[in-house]
Structure formats: structure tokens, C-alpha cells
Design a protein around this ligand. Structure first.
Ligand code: F6R
Length: 590
């Protein structure tokens, strides 16, 4: 949720940290801060607000330092609650949650420590100071052994020329370049480090004059292998687009093609052919938010294809559900970041119950991959906009390939061809989509409802989520048939209903829901695939957006106009589509 970064053995640490925080800002943008170590000691600048609020910190200099961009969990976004937290010669930044912080705080306060913030993180600086007797390693180990929860930490001490970084259930990547670096994710290291190593849970890195040394929480030395930073994880900036969101929508065709190529290159089809022979009796597809919608879209076609029950679940619900043994179950966990706490824990729970776990993720080194028996790559590239766009289409592509490879026979070849076509259709839809008028109607609506039947229902949910999160206009996604069972009471002249119609067999049904909306004075827009237009539909709906029809991947092609409508609505309303309020890209807390 938060982004952390550290550097050592560099000149002008503050410049490096500031730029790194700009790259990490999508992980949280409630406050930001930097500490650097200079000859005159540790100097800290931190403020509530976006990273630009600490622009002045660029001039701090220093040869080592740490930085933080925050998504508030404990304590409001204020200057005092911003990281780094300093105490007793230590400066600390933290990503995660210290679950036993209240107990630790009471213990430290009883010995006279005063706290300046409401955060859970501040106790870490106090514990370090308590345990420091001239040996940094000892102080760090004694401290981390007291912590419960999830924590990625970067630590600076006034007597140590480098930094320490700790990893437990929140990510830390170490990097070598023109110095030593550590950060929450790889895109933030691009341009700084050419070789990277991913720390495992329970590992600590010390970056000093001679490079990195690593140990575990018992103090035993461990060695990590550094390898080149994967090119797909470098963030290429906005490349001339006004926002990351529209840049990333334009990258959908590439995300689909690269995902299909990686599926082939990484031998996924062979892995699934083996799995098929082992037989399975059910498939559960699981994720949160947009990833859940991709799971639901896959589940719609999956059952017929695989001949066994296939269902989609939200990870936050699934992980706490009482469950039977899951031997014979394939559990497919879907996550762009591979870090979402609920999804990772749901996968762990399924695995513990005997399921085979497949991870579908855009981040190859993420926590989710370490739980999985098989990893299916999504190759959408670094996604910086907080709202998921190209990664959703990449997830739908990867899930479709997975199910078709599991089904065997001619299905996999058919899926590959259909995906190549879907990528081309998305490119056409991006360049030819008439989203502007519908976006204007959304921008002036009191609420926007999205409806769809069958495989278009997940698209309705996703269209609604996308619009809500970037425009803040209230609304819902409904199965078209449910409208008349209650939600139709909400329809009036101020509302807009967007119907998604991509299945000719169900087109009449959804079209009649549009009629019902219009009969009550509601306004309607239709996203309609070729061959799905019913008589009179174009006349009833105020806005008609025609898209090409993909039989196997309707959700991928429908996503394009829905994402464009959300993007344009946000821009019309003057919202920042890349950094919607209250959100962060990776939800690593429950
Ligand atoms: C919506 C969005 C979120 C994420 C969700 C899961 O645009 O981005 O709903 O889809 O937080 O994130 P991942 O896929 O990283 O597990």
C-alpha cells in the first residue's frame, strides 16, 4: 500500500529518493517523506499530500537515505503521521501493518518514550533505539522479532553509512547499480539498478560500503542471486499521453499479444496438459476488484469448456469461509500485483486445504507466485495508473488460455487465434470508439448503472467499478434481468444506464431491459457488438457504441469502450484518473 525506497553509496541521495518516490506514488499518495544521512547527521523532510509537497527535499543531498509515500492505515494523513519516523538516531520507513503496535507502544511508553504520531510504524524506531548497543544488526534482529503483522522496512542510523531493509509479508527488492538500492517494486528501481534480487520473508539486507550482505531473522547469513532487471517491468513514463490511464488503455492490444506469447514461451500449455491428466473435479477462480471481474468473466465460459463446476469468488470472502478438503480442486488466483493480501491468503488457504494453486499475475516475483504450483504470466507491462485497464484484458486473456489449455484438443489453438483477433479488435475499438458523448452524459448524470446478461454481466460490473473509481459518480453493475426486481426504482431522468450486449442469443433480453429504463424516463447508452443490434435499439438508446464481436473473449473487447468512457468522464470532471482519491494500487492490508 505504501511505497518505500532506500539508497546508499550514492551522491545526492535526496534527488534519487525523490525521483523514486514519484515512481512509487501509485502505491499511496496521502503523504511523503525523505531522510538522508549527511555529515551533520540525519535530516528529514515529510509532509501530508502528494510527493510534490516535499519537492524542497530534493536539495538535501546525502550519501544514503530512505523515502516513503503513504496510503494511510493508522492515523490521518498529517505531517506528523508521515514517514520517516525518527527516534534515538534511527529513521524508519514502513510498508505494511504492525498488528501488535498498541501493546508495544504501551510497553515503550511505560519506560518513558514519547510518541509523535498515531501510526503503528513509529514503534519500530523506538524498538531499534531500545535494542541498539553499537551493533546495528543486533538491534534490527531484536526489533523485527518483536513485530507481528506485515512489514517491509528501510532503516537509517546516524552511525551507519548505509541502510538496512527488512522483508516480511510486504515486498522488498534489492538492486545494484551505481550504488545499493532497495524499493517496494521493480519499476521504481529502473534507471537506478541493473541487477536485482527479491528478498524472501524473514530476510534482512544491509547495504554498506562493500555492497549488500543478507541474513535471516536468526542472524544467519543468506545469499541472494542478483539478475538483470526484467525489461517488461521498466516503466516507460507517459510517452506523450496526458495520463497513464489512457496510455495503458492504448497498450491493451500489446498486453494481449505479449500475454499469449509468454503463455506459449513459458510452457504453460504443456504444464496444463499434465494437470489435465491428473483430473480435477472443480475450479475456483478468485481475486479482488477488477481481478475478480476477470475471474467471473472466465468462469462464465469455463464450465461448458471444462465439463466441471467452475465458480468465481472474491478473495476477501473466500479466505474466511469454512471449507471442505479441496483435493481435486484447481484454485486459480488472479492478481495484477500478486501482492493483494486477501488474494495471497485465499491462495494459501486453498493450498493448505489440498487444492492445486495456479497464479495468474502481472508481477513475476510477487508473493502470489511463491504460493502457486503453476504461474501463468500476464504480460501487460508495468501498470502505473491505479485503475486497472490493460492488466484486466491481460488477465482475461491469460485465463482464457488457461481454461482452453486445460480443456485440451483443439481448444488451445482456437483460443490463440481468437486472442490475436481480439487484440486487433481492441486496436480498432480504441481508435474508432465514440465514447465522448456517452462520457459527457455520465459526467452530468446523478448515477450511472451498468447492465449485462450472461458473459456481459462481468463487463457491467467492471464498467461500473471503473467509472466509480475514477469519476466518483455513484452507480452499480447489475445482471440485466435483476433490474426489474428492485434497482429500477432508482431510474429517473437524471440517471444513465449503460447496457453491454455482445451475445446475439441474449441481445433481445438486454434490449428489453433498455426499453424498461427508457419507459421510466431514464437515459440509456448501449455498447453493442456487431450482429447484436436488435430492431429499434439504436432509436431507443441515446448513445450507441458499436464494437467488433469476439465470440471467445467478449469481455476483453467490451472493456475498451467502458474504460474509455470512465477515462473521459474523469477528465471532463477534472478528476485525476491516475490517482483516484482514497485508493492505492496494491492493497496489501486486510
Ligand atoms: C480497480 C482496481 C482494483 C484491483 C484490486 C486487485 O481498477 O485496480 O479493484 O483490481 O485491488 O488488485 P490486484 O489485481 O493487484 O490483486
Amino acid at each position: 500500500m505504501c511505497g518505500i525506497i532506500a539508497c546508499a553509496g550514492v551522491r545526492r541521495a535526496s534527488e534519487i529518493l525523490y525521483k523514486g518516490l514519484c515512481d512509487l506514488e501509485y502505491r499511496g499518495y496521502d503523504s511523503a517523506g525523505i531522510s538522508v544521512r549527511r555529515e551533520d547527521g540525519i535530516v528529514t523532510v515529510k509532509r501530508a499530500g502528494r510527493v510534490s509537497a516535499i519537492e524542497c527535499a530534493r536539495r538535501l543531498g546525502g550519501d544514503a537515505g530512505i523515502g516513503h509515500t503513504r496510503w494511510a492505515t493508522h492515523g490521518a494523513p498529517t505531517d506528523a503521521n508521515a514517514h520517516p519516523h525518527n527516534f534515538g538516531g534511527f529513521s524508519v520507513v514502513h510498508n505494511g501493518i504492525i498488528e501488535n503496535y498498541a501493546q508495544l507502544k504501551a510497553e515503550l511508553a511505560a519506560r518513558g518514550d514519547e510518541f509523535l504520531s498515531q501510526t503503528d510504524s513509529e514503534v519500530v524506531a523506538h524498538l531499534l533505539a531500545k535494542y541498539y548497543r553499537g551493533d546495528l544488526k543486533e538491534a534490527v534482529i531484536r526489533t523485527v522479532r518483536r513485530l507481528k503483522g506485515a512489514f517491509a522496512l528501510c532503516i537509517l542510523h546516524e552511525e551507519f553509512g548505509g541502510f538496512a531493509a527488512v522483508k516480511y509479508r510486504s515486498p522488498v527488492i534489492a538492486g545494484y547499480g551505481s550504488g545499493c538500492f532497495a524499493a517496494s517494486d521493480m519499476p521504481a528501481l529502473s534507471g537506478l539498478a541493473d541487477r536485482v534480487a527479491v528478498l524472501k520473508d524473514g530476510q534482512i539486507a544491509f547495504a554498506g560500503e562493500n555492497g549488500f550482505t543478507f541474513c535471516d531473522f536468526d542472524g544467519n547469513a543468506v545469499s541472494l542471486t542478483f539478475s538483470p532487471l526484467p525489461p517488461q517491468l521498466r516503466s516507460g513514463g507517459k510517452a506523450g499521453f496526458p495520463h497513464y490511464m489512457i496510455k495503458e488503455i492504448n497498450e491493451i492490444p500489446a498486453a494481449i499479444r505479449q500475454t499469449a506469447a509468454a503463455f506459449e514461451a513459458e510452457g504453460c500449455a504443456r504444464a496444463f496438459a499434465k494437470l489435465r491428466r491428473k483430473k480435477f473435479s472443480q475450479v475456483i477462480v478468485c481475486g479482488c476488484g477488477t481481478a475478480y471481474h476477470a475471474a467471473l468473466a472466465a468462469a462464465y465460459g469455463g464450465e461448458e469448456l471444462l465439463g466441471v463446476p467452475v465458480r468465481a469468488e472474491t478473495a476477501g470472502e473466500y479466505r474466511y469461509r469454512r471449507r471442505r478438503k479441496l483435493s481435486g480442486t484447481l484454485f486459480v488466483a488472479v492478481s495484477q500485483s500478486g501482492e493483494t493480501a486477501d488474494t495471497v491468503e485465499a491462495a494459501r488457504a486453498a493450498k493448505a486445504a489440498g487444492a492445486r494453486v495456479i497464479a495468474v499475475t502481472n508481477v513475476p516475483y510477487s508473493a502470489l507466485t511463491s504460493v502457486a504450483d503453476v504461474v501463468v504470466p500476464v504480460r501487460a507491462g508495468a501498470e502505473i495508473c491505479v485503475a486497472a485497464t490493460k492488466s484486466y484484458c491481460g488477465q482475461c486473456a491469460a485465463l482464457g488460455l488457461t481454461f482452453c489449455a486445460l480443456a485440451g484438443g483443439r481448444h488451445y489453438g482456437r483460443a490463440k487465434r481468437a486472442l490475436a483477433e481480439a487484440a486487433a479488435m481492441c486496436a480498432d475499438a480504441i481508435s474508432g470508439c465514440a465514447a465522448e458523448d456517452a462520457a459527457r452524459a455520465c459526467a452530468s448524470a446523478s448515477a450511472v448503472y451498468f447492465i449485462g446478461r450472461g458473459a456481459d454481466y462481468p463487463s457491467a460490473l467492471e464498467g461500473s467499478l471503473k467509472l466509480k473509481e475514477v469519476s466518483y459518480i455513484p452507480g452499480e453493475g447489475y445482471p440485466a434481468g435483476e433490474l426489474k426486481h428492485g434497482p429500477i426504482a432508482l431510474i429517473d431522468g437524471g440517471t444513465l444506464t449503460v447496457a453491454v450486449i455482445t451475445d446475439p442469443a441474449l441481445a433481445e433480453k438486454t434490449a428489453s431491459a433498455v426499453e424498461q429504463v427508457c419507459a421510466r424516463g431514464g437515459r440509456a447508452a448501449v455498447v453493442c457488438a456487431e450482429g447484436c443490434e436488435t430492431a429499434g435499439l439504436r432509436g431507443r438508446a441515446e448513445y450507441f457504441i458499436a464494437i467488433p464481436r469476439s465470440e471467445l473473449f467478449p469481455a476483453i473487447v467490451a472493456a475498451v469502450p467502458l474504460q474509455l468512457i470512465a477515462y473521459r468522464t474523469a477528465v471532463i470532471l477534472g478528476r485525476d484518473p491516475d490517482k483516484p482519491r482514497n485508493l492505492a494500487k496494491s492493497v496489501t492490508v486486510e
